[in-house]
Design a protein around this ligand. Structure first.
Ligand code: LAN
Length: 725
């Protein structure tokens, strides 16, 4: 057995893990990554160091340095040497993009519903994961892996464990069930939890608030027309509304019948489900219903029950299904993200049956969101973070002064080639209400198919860096720089320039409908999901990409400069009184502060010359901890106020150091102390350890970015040695 010698909780409970040495990560040139369990490994199919590292195997052999790095530059080199080991053949850095605890249920339920067998090794590891991240005190689960226990997390976790084969008397089940009952039982789930339970025939559809498919039939000019919502929300509700309007549910079987007796505090037959629609456990509730939503739900329930003719329902679902098929076509059957992907699998199965190509292809791609790590297997936030990480890796090696060293050339070329392959080359199907995408880049893979503003900007910058370097002239011909122009067109088109947060950038599209729609947010556990909002980080990255492009190319220069100008004004205007910026995708003020100060710096603003920069730096400096580093807790994201973590964290220290160096902060000793902390935390192999969750979404859900602890530290160390050499 080659599993890490640390004893996991699952082992304490007597569950044996699978053999780490049998797992292989199969990757495709477009970035797909699937873990396969090979029963008898072949001699020509050895595990790579990357696979061993990701699995946490004992036989992973890191480089060993017997001394401490003598200076920041040497420390950066060691970090990059280690990071190089983690790159896959295809140029990406596969990693366990874990956190959200409400994704795995989609995979398990979709398999159960469609009678798809989950391979034994996967089952074992999924059970292990749940057990190993269960709450140490009460055995439940929350919204993300280190959250307090919630009804949603605990119900989904419990149901998964049981469907994956753990018996009800197992200690893990007993503890989780007690916690679930204490939280009110499964009736107190939020909307998505209730929907999964209803699909599994563990709850009645009359107790689930409507996900009205009819909305997709409304005239397109109305703000409430779903294709104007945020891309994720509309993709989830599209497929969910199909299932909900036909009240789709699994066949009952003995296991489900038993589950019905386990997850509630009273007997199933005694529950009046119609009265439970709005029952949500207080611990879960992040975004309570508005009175308006409750009214709308009541009207819709009446409509669905008494007024909606069946022929109309069929017709609506026919339209919905056409949209689902378009989504599948546009995403090579992946769907935008795991939640909608699971719903899409169920919908294709219901509509076309188990033997259909659409169902099988959709189901088969589901395995790309699973990832095996030391604690087990979970469903990740997306099918990876490939493009985003590769763009950063290329850029930061250049910025750190490492890219033109021979030992790193291969790694950069591979990432550069991956970025080239990941640029969109075609448009979405007609009538799928998607914007132009040719020329843009996604967050994960080209096949996933969704443009993201900052991912496009960062990829553009990375590619130009390679194109500009003489050292890489042998690979310049691989990319025709005219293709950058398409990317620039898309990026310029993404800026919000109406009366909505003028000058800002959102994530996937520009804002298309009023934020007043948030009054209809039915999800209860997430805020700000109905429409596109402006984001400081997306705006900052867009400035970085546009500025770097216009420094090297003539194309649309005036418009680019105007866009930059507007974005910078937006960034300035959205600084808080105290000099901070709130970050939505990383934890939290340190993350946004770094991006904002870098954007301001590339257009020439420094601590000396600019008041916004000065306030931004002073805010960050005032949060330095006695050990010289910085650390921020997830609580900042939830509470919109700076909460320091008790100890400094490497990633956030790197973010702040980068910000201060780029802003030309005058007091070098402040920066020295941050750099010292990063160097002190470097392990003997040149790596850094995971310390705390780095990312977040929708203000409430933490998500890990395992590559950040390498990329930002290397950037900080390299910039430091360049600046003060
Ligand atoms: C509440 C819902 C709809 C749940 C599904 C989860 C998705 C919405 C999350 C998971 C990963 C996620 C946080 C992500 C992003 C959006 C929301 C995602 C896809 C984006 C692309 C937004 C823009 C950001 O700058 C950045 C590129 C970092 C992230 C990456 C991950």
């Amino acid at each position: 057995m080659t599993n890490k010698s640390t004893m996991f909780y699952s082992e304490k409970l007597g569950l044996s893990p699978t053999d780490n040495s049998n797992w292989r990560l199969r990757t495709s040139i477009l970035g797909a990554a699937v873990w396969e369990y090979v029963e008898t490994p072949q001699a020509d199919d050895l595990q790579s160091p990357m696979e061993k590292y990701l699995l946490g195997s004992d036989d992973f052999e890191p480089p060993v340095y017997n001394d401490r790095a003598k200076d920041a530059f040497e420390s950066a080199i060691r970090g990059a040497e280690f990071f190089r080991l983690l790159q896959a053949e295809n140029g990406t850095w596969p990693n366990m993009y874990q956190g959200p605890m409400f994704m795995t249920v989609g995979y398990v339920a979709a398999c159960y519903f469609t009678k798809t067998t989950i391979p034994e090794a996967y089952k074992t590891e999924m059970i292990r994961y749940y057990i190993n991240v269960s709450h140490p005190v009460d055995g439940g689960w929350g919204l993300y892996n280190v959250d307090k226990s919630t009804c949603f997390g605990t119900t989904m976790g419990y149901v998964c464990l049981r469907l994956l084969g753990l018996p009800p008397h197992h200690t893990a089940c007993v503890r989780a069930r007690d916690t679930l009952h204490r939280l009110g039982g499964a009736v107190a789930n939020p909307h998505w939890g209730k929907a999964w339970l209803a699909i599994l025939n563990l709850y009645e559809w009359e107790g689930v608030n409507p996900a009205p498919a009819d909305l997709f039939m409304l005239p397109q000019f109305l703000p409430i027309f779903p294709f104007k919502w945020w891309v994720h929300t509309r993709a989830i509700y599209l497929a969910m509304s199909y299932v909900s309007s036909v009240k789709g549910k699994c066949e009952l079987d003995p296991l489900l019948l038993s589950l019905r007796t386990e997850i509630y505090t009273k007997s199933y037959g005694k529950i009046d489900f119609s009265k439970e629609r709005n029952n949500v456990c207080g611990v879960d509730l992040y975004y309570p219903h508005t009175g308006f939503l409750n009214l709308a739900n009541n009207v819709l329930v009446f409509y669905e029950k008494y007024l909606r003719p069946d022929w109309w329902n069929r017709r609506v679902n026919k339209t919905i299904y056409e949209y689902v098929l378009k989504e599948l076509k546009n995403t090579e059957y992946l769907g935008i993200a795991p939640v909608s992907a699971a719903f899409n699998t169920i919908v294709t199965y219901m509509e076309e049956g188990p033997d259909s190509e659409n169902f099988q292809k959709t189901r088969d791609r589901l395995s790309e969101v699973l990832f095996k790590g030391p604690e087990g297997i979970t469903v990740m936030g997306t099918n990876g973070s490939q493009t985003w990480d590769s763009s950063f890796a290329v850029q930061y090696l250049f910025m750190a002064g490492l890219a033109e060293r021979p030992e790193f050339k291969d790694m950069i070329v591979r990432a550069y080639k991956f970025l080239i392959r990941s640029q969109f080359t075609d448009e979405c199907a007609d009538g799928s209400f998607r914007d132009r995408r040719k020329g843009a880049w996604p967050f994960s893979t080209k096949e996933q198919g969704y443009t993201v503003s900052d991912c496009t900007a960062e990829a553009i910058k990375a590619i130009i860096m390679v194109k500009n370097s003489e050292y890489y002239k042998d690979v310049h011909h691989l990319y025709d720089e005219r293709n950058l122009e398409d990317g620039i067109d898309i990026l310029l088109g993404l800026q919000n320039v109406g009366n909505f947060h003028f000058g800002s950038f959102s994530t996937y599209e520009k804002n298309k409908a009023t934020p007043l729609l948030e009054a209809l947010n039915p999800a209860e556990v997430f805020g700000n999901i109905m429409v596109e909002y402006p984001y400081i980080e997306c705006t900052d990255s867009s400035v970085l990409g546009l500025k770097y492009f216009t420094d090297h190319y003539e194309y649309r220069r005036d418009e680019i400069n105007l866009a930059i100008d507007r974005a910078i004004k937006y960034i300035r205007a959205n600084q808080n009184e105290d000099g901070s910026w709130y970050g939505c995708w990383g934890v939290c003020f340190t993350y946004a502060g770094m991006f904002a100060l870098e954007a301001l710096s590339v257009v020439g603003n420094t601590y000396e010359s600019d008041l916004t920069v000065r306030k931004g730096c002073d805010f960050l400096v005032s949060r330095q901890l006695p050990d010289g580093g910085w650390g921020e807790s997830m609580k900042s994201s939830e509470m919109h106020e700076y909460f320091s973590s008790p100890n400094s964290l490497v990633v956030q220290t790197a973010w702040v150091v980068i910000a201060l160096i780029l802003a030309e902060y005058p007091q070098k000793d402040v920066i020295d102390r941050g750099i010292k902390l990063i160097m002190d935390r470097q392990q003997s192999g040149g790596n850094w350890k995971f310390e705390s969750v780095e990312g977040v979404f929708n203000h409430s859900c933490g998500i890990e970015y395992p590559n950040y602890k390498f990329m930002f530290t290397i950037k900080a160390l390299g910039l430091y040695s360049k600046t003060y050499a």
